[in-house]
Write a protein that binds this ligand. Structure first.
Ligand code: AOF
Ligand code: ZN
Length: 376
């Protein structure tokens, strides 16, 4: 594309505006748009509510009926051309008489992926697609949406809290608490930002957790509650667990294997749980099968909280997309103290999964290390 400083500036603005929809449009993408004519911004918009008007439509409406002939619209995602919950944005752009469309990222959904841009070009609109850093930024803002669109499986964020010697529990299994209150409150915010929180049955039996998003901030708005997902091959989750007790307040999915007894899965279903039968020859295969079925249920982002056995199976399956690890200033020692990731692992360093990015920040007494493993 013919890049100018102004293109860069307005496209950056569109990507910034997209962020205003974060947390409100999920699992749809965050999208922002800016309409510019003769170097003057006439309108700005973003996708603000799930099922609501798209960014382009809002930006055009914000122009208050100004003559948009010769105007350019900058959009962080390629415009849709399908009739979904709202009419196609390509129609709105053409109807407004806009002459040029500048796009940051592609939309990988089957019904989009270049079609809207083709329609616009056929109608004589100049279409420019950004590359480089702006395109990457726009793609990063919609990782869950993109992975679900491309693979049918949700994007997975693995979170763990470990000691300086890399342990997540003592040799007796004690793990309360490794990270600071502040770190744990942050993790509760992450829960509120995903569609599902997943743990293995070992963790569910040991801790009897609720897995809801809770923060001691009575002034703030109520947190969005993710579905709880328990990987429980033989359906051992007790009917009197807190997870089952709250099933009518927050949805609960139990992932079992074919080895689970029908009587146990029936009892869970009768109690109100959603039961998924994961198929596959081994644990990584069953993880992928479960993710396929969760994707079909519209789950786009999962926070994986362990334990080590389940997290290892996710890693072996190649299904961890990002990790966030709290490093706490503790040392446990002990060869039987637990590591964050079990499973098979790799044989050679040359086969190791290498993070694409690595960042760290101080959170109270802990250090938070974040790494992106895959980009979509
Ligand atoms: C755009 N601009 O602001 C957004 C787009 O069900 P709907 O009608 O809301 O359509 C959702 C799909 O539209 C979504 O999966 C994605 O492909 C695209 N999102 N497209 O042109 C926007 N939010
Ligand atoms: Zn649209």
């Amino acid at each position: 594309m013919q890049r100018t400083d102004t293109d860069h500036q307005f496209l950056t603005r569109a990507i910034d505006l997209a962020g205003r929809g974060r947390g409100r449009v999920h699992p749809n993408p965050v999208v922002g748009a800016v309409v510019v004519k003769d170097g003057v911004v006439l309108g700005e918009g973003w996708h603000a509510e799930y099922g609501g008007a798209h960014a382009e439509v809002n930006a055009i409406a914000d122009c208050d009926g100004a003559d948009l002939t010769g105007a350019t619209i900058y959009v962080s995602l390629e415009p849709c051309c399908h009739q979904g919950k709202t009419p196609p944005c390509t129609d709105a752009i053409l109807a407004a008489g806009i002459s040029r469309v500048v796009v940051a990222a592609d939309d990988p959904t089957i019904k989009a992926s270049g079609r809207g841009l083709g329609i616009l070009r056929d109608e004589g609109v100049t279409v420019d697609v950004a590359g480089g850093e702006l395109a990457a930024r726009a793609r990063l803002s919609n990782q869950a949406f993109r992975k679900l669109a491309r693979t049918g499986r949700p994007w997975v964020l693995f979170k763990s809290a470990m000691t300086l010697d890399g342990k997540v529990a003592t040799r007796t299994g004690d793990s309360k608490w490794i990270s600071s209150d502040t770190s744990r409150a942050l993790a509760h915010r992450w829960r509120a930002s995903v569609d599902a929180v997943a743990v293995g049955i070992g963790t569910a039996l040991a801790d009897d957790p609720q897995l809801t998003a809770r923060i001691d901030d009575s002034d703030g708005p109520p947190l969005r509650q993710p579905r709880r997902v328990i990987f429980d091959a033989t359906a051992r989750l007790p009917l009197d667990s807190k997870l089952v007790a709250e099933v009518h307040t927050v949805p609960l999915t139990v992932v079992v294997s074919r080895a689970a007894h029908r009587s146990a899965t029936d009892a869970l279903e009768t109690a109100g749980a959603d039961v998924i039968v994961a198929t596959g020859q081994n644990e990584p295969g069953r993880v992928r099968s479960a993710l396929d079925q969760l994707g079909e249920r519209g789950v786009a982002a999962i926070l994986l909280e362990g334990g080590p056995h389940l997290a290892g199976a996710f890693l072996d399956a190649g299904e961890i997309d990002e990790v966030r690890l709290f490093l706490a200033p503790l040392l446990l020692g002990g060869s039987k103290a637990r590591d964050p990731l079990e499973g098979e692992g790799v044989e050679r360093i040359s086969e190791a999964l290498r993070a694409l990015t690595l960042d760290c920040e101080r959170v109270a007494d802990d250090i938070l290390v974040s790494a992106r493993l895959r980009e979509w």
